[in-house]
Write a protein that binds this ligand. Sequence first.
Ligand code: HC1
Ligand code: SF4
Length: 566
Amino acid sequence: CVTGPATVIQAVAAGRRAAQAMDEFVREGAVRPSHEDYTCSRGTLEDLPRDEFELQPRARRAVMPALPPGARTDSFVEVELGLTEVQARAEAARCLECGCSKQNRCALRDTASAHHVEFSAPLHVRPHTPIRRDHPFIVRDDNKCISCGLCVAACAQVEGVDVLAYQFANGRLTVGTRNDQPLGLTDCVSCGQCVRACPCGALDYVRERGGVFSAMHDPEKVVVGFVAPAVRSVIADYYGLTPDAAGAYTAGLMRAVGFDKVFDFAFAADLTILEETTEFLDRVASGERLPQFTSCCPGWVNLVERRFPELIPHLSSCKSPQQMMGATVKNHFAQRTGIPLEKLYTVSIVPCLAKKYEAARPEFAPDGVRDVDAVLTTTEFLEMIEMLHLRPEDIVPAEFDEPYARVTGAGVLFGASGGVAEAALRMAVEKLTGAPPVDLDVHEVRGLAGVKEATVTAGGTTVRVAVISGLNNVDALARRIRDGEDVGYDLIEVMACPGGCINGAGHPVPQDREVRERQQVLVQIDRAAPVRLSQENPDVLRLYEDFYGAPNSPLAHDLLHTTYAP
Ligand code: HC1
Ligand code: SF4
């Protein structure tokens, strides 16, 4: 079965079941119908003392510098920004009183309002069950679960991982893991699509904003932020920008939030292409370990390790761009600037929840020093902007910093399904023929289809490429390769999220149309880019000259490649 973004939309449409669940709640007496808009048991926002609420923005700014250095928390308002309890309560009253991340974008609240329903005591009617923190960063709160099944559908039908299932416990239907193991011990690949599908915050993820704010307010720390290729497509949509303005505006936002240095890790995507295409052409020459799978999507790497360990030799040994960027900053940048490692704090801004998992892997923390100290989703980054009350007129578009300021169109394309393959083909053709392709666009691998393919012949060599997004679409192919069948491909790009990172679970939830627009933003940035070939990125070439030597050199292998654990 081939799934794509349409399946996600269909799954979301199945949220009508949430409305049915709401009707059941009404019958149970858990909620009572009202002809007014939804209110929580603490009353409406209007019931709160006005001056307490009005104080909040100023209070936020005032308390930030008082945060103790090194303070970390994943809780929302109180500890993170040092708000008083009264202010925190005022904040919580804006939503379902859950204090969850959905806040004013809560589908459950919208459904409740549409049905003229008012919770009388939403969190106290049913026996309280403890919040489950049995995964490194996914948190499950059954008390909020409305048994809509969207998470189960996302895990089974979009990702094919299928570790979630309905359970009947304590007299009510809820969601658990299929074998009742802790989520972190199942085959969960940490893609986060279940969290994205959840309409009411019963599934949520650990925020790392608190640690980032703390580092920013520690005068000893140099906080370096780097942003993933796909994020600019959401920023463009969110702020109504043209594609050509999205990069500079993103850099301006990062500076306004408080990063000391801002980099674009489309730069590291270019670096990945030099490493990965060199590795690929070596395999083509030797005929070994083909087809080569891309390894930049951590959800896909997790799936290989858990379900298809026999395919590990087929994975590229390249770290993902996120980890290449972190390793380059913690080694080359630290050396060049003389900043001691204990003072250098690196933060990535990404569309993806699995990137949190990836950054925390012990193999990416040599001598206990993480290459990437904290990972913010696009949503978390937007939340930080909101918390700081940064208005569009406060933002001054900016350049990304040296020495990694320049990125290519090929690197930006990474953010949509097919982008890694397209960038790699642009370099492979040049290496095989001595000249880059006349037409750089590889239209066959673009778009949101779950499975795409292209064949390119250059210098007497034919390269057959498959591009797959949505892990459910890779299952059959992976089984065939595992069983020794020649599937006819040399290079296979796999991205866990349907359509690629533009549709990652760490972005605000898009409509189908928005996913297409995000893809077009990246295509237009590539089309207008002064440099469209990763192998021509002048800053990447200088980095090799000054530091790494050459693609796949011993130092590059040490810092930019990895191994996988079956
Ligand atoms: Fe992606 Fe990648 S493209 S995996 O989708 O290779 O998350 O944007 O950051 O690392 O560059 C995500 C995006 C991202 C990596 C790059
Ligand atoms: Fe399934 Fe992905 Fe959720 Fe894990 S994170 S339970 S793999 S949907």
